[in-house]
Design a protein around this ligand. Structure first.
Ligand code: HEM
Length: 549
């Protein structure tokens, strides 16, 4: 089901270009999505040795073509065998460089050609803008206390992402990166940071540490496969003769111009969904590359659960909220139940069938009911539909997923077309051990959280915009009032307000609409920034022909 036939030379080619997948790094598109990952952070000292290492490592850098072909093979094998494991395993490597590293490699003038200020300045000077507690030196989230990247001295020049299906394969590929460093001569870049990420065990596979299924909603990138120009990178599920077939990859997944994620291509227009917007500016060698945001976000699971327990308890004292469970309050914060089932389709209780169905779990809007489409691969069965919820009675307007992707809602920025320009490709993975019940009584919690990774062509207008303009602002994004902070991840950046976060819960659990304010000023935050950096993931050709030269 990967494609709608379009003849060569069709004007739709401009809208859906053939993507040069062998020039693009594979974690940008289609994304590694592997169970075992390792991040390696390097510091460059000698420039010549750094270039020699880049030349040596370039053949190890996995392309989008390799990842896409692997995924296709895996799908084919599974389909032929009627499910079960594919028996395939692979190990992959990608890398990205910071602005200071690029300045040394190609000159400051070249880096100045990027229009994105955020990338050029780097992450830690933007901490205050992101709402991090940089005004409070004692706070663990202050850049002064970050594990990595909280100052110039601890900032990384290169971030290498290694991913594999099995730990032995991961180790093999990590060793190849290290061996290439060893073979690059005196002054080779040094590994100053190393961190393992991995899928959580057993029932938590695919979930983040608070227990919610993650990685469900990704943008529908426009574009075709070079080896089969009739086929699309992102599978299309709507019957081709339907008028919306050219706008959605599948219900709930609007199509977006590839220029939002790769340099050198037309971007998404803020008003007209099919019109091209100008390309993001950058040096010529940036084409087919992408900015990579890395945020090391520590998660304090006991603090989060404590908040849910105390707040649910308090809310149960309110008329009409007597039945509110901790589990339900958690779902209201996320916008999805633990299984991934969206509140928009399952408002009263979790429905794991919805979480497990990749199509249905994203098929919902907020302002309008999700329309029924004729589907090519329709197996949604009798799953509950997604009605409209403009006022946030099912899914609060401050729920995490509604804050960062308000879908068809009119926002403070204008129509929902603008929202498409804010999307990012999320490639994060948990780090640290899974939470064990009772562990909170055994001293300080272990370090665990999310290695948040996202690709985009504007850090300021995409990643930072989502965090600072929408998650951290009580009034946004919903036009006419947002009613709260993103209580899952957001911050109140105003130190003067003692970082109190608020949200006004309006729900109709027992029929009648009940409104009640939630306010939290916690000694213990549950999402604590502890490091990161802003990087650029170059194309394969830029790596070989420009950066390694
Ligand atoms: C520890 C921190 C975080 C946790 C625990 C978390 C958790 C989640 C969960 C459980 C989902 C639902 C799964 C899905 O729809 O794919 C989600 C979705 C999402 N998150 Fe986060 N998140 C975190 C940080 C962030 C940050 C920092 C951003 C960006 C600024 C972000 C952006 C998004 C986006 C764009 C979606 C998809 C929403 C949609 O399209 O409906 N998240 N997150």
């Amino acid at each position: 089901v990967s494609g709608r036939a379009v003849a060569a030379g069709d004007p739709a080619d401009e809208l859906e270009p053939v993507l040069p997948l062998d020039d693009i790094q594979g974690n940008v598109i289609p994304g590694f999505n592997k169970r075992h990952q390792r991040l390696l952070g390097l510091r460059i000292s000698d420039l010549g040795a750094a270039k020699r290492w880049l030349a040596r490592i370039a053949p190890e850098v996995t392309t989008a073509a390799e990842v896409q072909r692997y995924k296709e093979l895996r799908r084919e094998l599974k389909a032929r065998r009627g499910g079960g494991p594919s028996g395939l395993a692979a190990g992959w490597t990608n890398l990205a460089l910071s602005a200071p590293a690029l300045r040394r490699l190609v000159g400051a003038g070249e880096v100045d050609r990027f229009e994105d200020e955020a990338f050029k300045v780097g992450l830690f000077p933007r901490a205050a803008l992101l709402g991090d507690p940089d005004d409070d030196e004692d706070s663990p989230g202050s850049p002064r206390n970050w594990t990595i990247g909280g100052s110039e001295a601890t900032s990384l020049d290169v971030l290498v992402v290694v991913a594999a299906d099995v730990p032995e394969m991961l180790q093999f590929h990590v060793e190849r990166v290290v061996a290439a460093l060893g073979a690059s001569g005196a002054g080779a870049p040094e590994v100053v940071y190393e961190e393992s990420g991995g899928d959580l065990p057993d029932g938590l596979r695919g979930h983040e540490h608070f227990g919610f299924k993650d990685g469900l909603s990704q943008p529908g990138i426009r574009g075709r496969l070079p080896w089969d120009p009739k086929a699309f990178l992102v599978p299309r599920l709507i019957a081709p003769d339907h008028p919306m077939a050219g706008d959605l990859a599948q219900p709930g997944q609007p199509l977006i111009r590839v220029g939002q994620f790769l340099f050198g291509w037309a971007g998404q227009d803020r008003l007209l969904p099919r019109e091209p917007a100008r390309r993001r500016e950058g040096p010529a060698w940036a084409d087919n590359g992408s900015f990579l945001v890395f945020r090391r976000l520590r998660q304090d699971v006991a603090a989060f659960r404590g908040f849910l327990r105390e707040t649910a308890n308090e809310l149960r004292g309110v008329d009409g909220l007597e039945a509110l469970s901790e589990e339900h309050l958690g779902a209201l914060l996320v916008g999805r139940w633990a299984s991934g089932a969206p509140l928009m389709r399952a408002s009263g209780a979790d429905d794991p069938r919805l979480g497990a169905d990749r199509g249905a779990s994203n098929d919902f809007l907020y302002d309008q009911p999700s329309p029924a489409f004729p589907l090519l691969d329709a197996a949604h069965g009798d799953l509950p539909p997604a009605p409209a919820d403009p006022d946030g009675l099912r899914c609060p307007i401050w729920a995490h997923i509604r804050k960062v992707n308000p879908r068809d809602i009119t926002t403070d920025q204008g129509s929902s077309s603008d929202t498409l320009t804010r999307r990012v490709l999320r490639r994060g993975i948990p780090y640290g051990p899974a939470f064990r019940p009772g562990e909170e009584h055994a001293g300080a919690p272990p370090d665990r959280g999310l290695l948040f990774l996202s690709y985009q062509t504007s850090i300021a207008d995409q990643f930072e915009f989502l965090a600072s303009t929408w998650m951290n602002d009580v009034e946004k994004p919903q036009d006419g009032g947002g009613g709260g902070h993103d209580l899952l991840v957001g911050q109140n950046p105003r130190g003067g307000q003692r970082r109190t976060r608020t949200a006004s819960l309006r729900t109709s659990l027992a029929g009648a609409v009940v409104a009640h304010a939630i306010s939290t000023e916690r000694a213990r935050e549950w999402v604590i920034p502890t490091g990161g950096g802003y990087f650029f993931a170059p194309s394969l050709s830029a790596l070989v022909d420009t950066l390694a030269r």
